[in-house]
Design a protein around this ligand. Sequence first.
Ligand code: SAM
Length: 579
Amino acid sequence: MAHWSENAFPLSVELQSIDAVGQLCSVSYKEPAVFLLWLPNELPLYDYDAIREFSAALHSESIVCVLTTPAQAVRLLPYLETTLKFQLWVAVKTPVVCPSSPTRLPSQHAALLVLSRYRGSLKHTKTRIGYTYCPACGRTTKDYGGKKHVYHEYGTLMSDVWRDIEIDFYSRSGIQPVVDRLRDLFGLSPYRRLYLIETSDFPFVVSEASAIHETLFADYLPAEVDLTSQLVQGDCIDSLRSLPDNSIDFCFADPPYNLRKKYDHWNDDVDSREYFEWCDQWLAELARVLKPGRTLAVLNIPLWAVRHFQFLQNRLQFQNWIVWDALSFPVRMIMPAHYAILCFSKGEPRTLPAYLNIQESQFLEPLAENFCLRPQCQLRRRLKGIHDRGALTDLWYDIHRLKHNSRRVDHPCQLPPALMHRLIAVFTYPGEVVLDCFNGVGTTTLAAQQLGRQFIGIEISEKYHAIALQRHQILSAGGNPFANRAEVPEAKNSPVPRLRKQKYLVSKKTLQLEVKRIAQLLGRLPTREDVAQMGRFPIELYDQYFISWGEVCAAARTTGMSELPPTMQQNQQISLFSE
Ligand SMILES: C[S@@+](CC[C@H](N)C(=O)[O-])C[C@H]1O[C@@H](n2cnc3c(N)ncnc32)[C@H](O)[C@@H]1O
């Protein structure tokens, strides 16, 4: 098993096979328990009502998990949310399923919804996923750099993308890895039992385009307009209204998420109804300007993507739900690590350019799983001719969110250029028009220009618009707008203030290990006063170098790790590079 749950008492599993979903309501469950509804196939709407009724009757501590397709998860969620609190959308890896026509990416994930009868945050055991090791250099797949002392020897805290297991969605034995994980994840008081509920009355098999609608636009001809590349400073809805119908080859949106990010010119903390009404307006405009057969892609957190899906499915045709595992470093009990990139086409999608853009294969062939992203290892693999490429599916795990300040300009949430290069190469051909109505500092339009596409970027903030313009000038003059920079940007992705750049008299690692030593002496995490009295370094250094006391104690809370597999820690490292 690829996970380890601290202090877990694994739940016993009880299988409940029912002939019809309607029977769910006939059994009453008095105890607090965990339920896994396994719904591989599409259900009629009256079954959703039965699931809602069933959930409403559960004990107030119970947990309901639903394993299903992303499209069905979207449809079912509003029914569940009337009586349950949404906690997590976990993307679980499945075998690759190729689409029946080359108009979609192969699918490689199922949705595991986790909801609770209680309103608070999800209670579960601290669960870690074992490290994986690069087959080329033999070191951990993730590069922990100078932070190994603050990680656990077993593995990283679990995230909401489960790629270490693979489930065969259509057989009961195939979903066993999810059952095993849930038994441990919720193996704490007051739970004793996991009910695995399967039904045998599946009327339809889900197709990959399960939300097909006759679209309003399918018969429209592409507009005969010649749009020139441009950056527009202004409100996206106003600007979109000035564009002709059916004129854009690829619409992309990375909107503000209404999660209180500090933008230059935007209130990112409005009432959620207001937020979605606003989203529906620009989504409708994007659907209008999109050419028939082309794709609109929206990036958002999974729960908000559900809402966009519900709006778009009445206008466009569902094409792909791409999971972008943005590869964060673990900070929370279950770390939210992924974004949804919802792809809808206008009418029947055309053959994906991804299958024909041979000359852009460098953007379209992802790294094979478990090869590391260390630049040195990548270079050596290239020199040695080691094949490290995998197949492109709807599960993307090889593109990091921007981690280093040197890669950022002054914007709180820029996307990595590699993500935009891939999306543009998947959905467009050179010369076609790419539109981003939340262009920020220009990641999309710059990537489009680099790949020889026309572009339109709309951005409301004068400041970000000016930065984007300046970066396009760099690109047009033959420079690299994404090159590393020496300056530290002011904008930040989190509300925690950034410490100024400084020279450390004693390294942060040494200070954290000193706190770990004191913790071992005391048998508990030390306070600031403890460290001031017992430590070998002035307490002022801790005040100056760390953002919080939590960071000071990071090494004291864990065991520390090695980047080599346990079997190799004593010996010489073995790798594909060995002669
Ligand atoms: C998530 S950021 C996009 C960042 C962009 N993908 C990048 O990599 O630079 C969202 C952007 O939308 C802009 N924005 C917010 N409201 C807008 C509106 N009504 N019209 C146009 N842009 C808007 C914000 O200023 C912000 O730069």
